[in-house]
Design a protein around this ligand. Sequence first.
Ligand code: AMP
Length: 431
Amino acid sequence: MNQDTTITFASLNLAAPLLRALVEKAYVHPSPIQARAIPPLLEGRDLIGCAQTGTGKTAAFALPILQRLGARPLPRTPRRPRALILTPTRELAAQIGDNIALYGRHLPLRHAVIFGGVGEHPQIRALAAGVEIIVATPGRLLDLMEQGHALLDRVETFVLDEADRMLDMGFAPDVKRIIARLPARRQSLLFSATMPEAIRELANRLLHDPVRVEVTPVASTAERIEQRVCHVQRHDKHRLLVHTLTQHAQGLVLVFSRTKHGANRLADNLGRDGIRAAAIHGNKSQGARQRALEDFRTGRTRVLVATDIAARGIDVKGIALVVNFDIPEEPEAYVHRIGRTARMGASGLALSFCDPSERSSLRDIQRLIRQSIPVHADHPFATGAPSEVRTERPAGPAAPIAPARHSGFWRSNRSPRRPGFRGLARAAGGS
Ligand code: AMP
């Protein structure tokens, strides 16, 4: 994430209790989305934000919400929040809740995080006691609304976070039902990493004269990250993964599998090969997912195998390498996956293992990101890529993907020799 060092949070007219919390968190300069979104949001404008996790979007909406609520204190009413943030996954909901607690620590405001997979009674109790802000996933919120534990008629600000994922995950009917219960007079915000037609339609219905803020469009996100594709036969992928992990000895590694079953099998097989790994996916209980994430965050487990949905919103610093064990069928998932590394401007490496049956998915990805992904052929299981995928640059000391903006890898690989995994690994863990 780039920060404009000429702008400070104080110059955005944020109130003293929020500035104090930001200083304590050692945030000095707002990220671009924060600099652009906070002023209009403080004025009460609606907003459409084309931004993904990693851009600082949580603070971009959380700070103005906290400020506006804090500026107009009202007696707390049981079950009736004044702000609602709807987000697709439990992990994201928990993270947003944590951020609100941090930024709002010097304000007398309460929040509750509402998601499924855990007992509902603590959530019902929190709502009954009264909270200003709810962060929720759609399914559980609707359940609680239907039982009369949550009423949305006093919502002043509504945030629809990760709207594209929300629709991908089949939440459209739930989201519509929730929106129907909101009061007509409200401030609304919609964030989405991508803006397909369905999202634009939703935005048209939801937002009134919105400010548009776009940061890190899909293509440029992908440009920040060192990417390589390894052509390999399907039956060699596991051995290539072990080889990669052995060569790439530093930093956390996130491995993506297309299926839950595949994720479990991969983690088990890695364990058998002496590499400590855990799997995270939707079939695991909330507790198991949180434990796996915590072990990963603290480095106790170096390798986490995840499915696309489970990985949404994983905000773990120090992921040096993302491995696409399977090439995602949906090109946009590729951008979400590789965005798990290189957080906050750090360097990162993304390797995609591509077997012959996945080459058309790879082409779709390259079309979306408007780049050719260089081939990394310096591994023991390399297969020749057919001529039709030779749009990719040849392996070796090829031209950087975006020379002017790249740092680690190309600096540390000036030698004319082709970089092995060690070279790639060093570069990714390097700066
Ligand atoms: P988000 O896109 O909201 O998930 O934020 C991505 C990461 O950036 C999180 O770890 C935040 O804590 C961090 N972050 C957000 N805003 C700033 C900032 N202005 N300065 C430094 N770090 C930030």
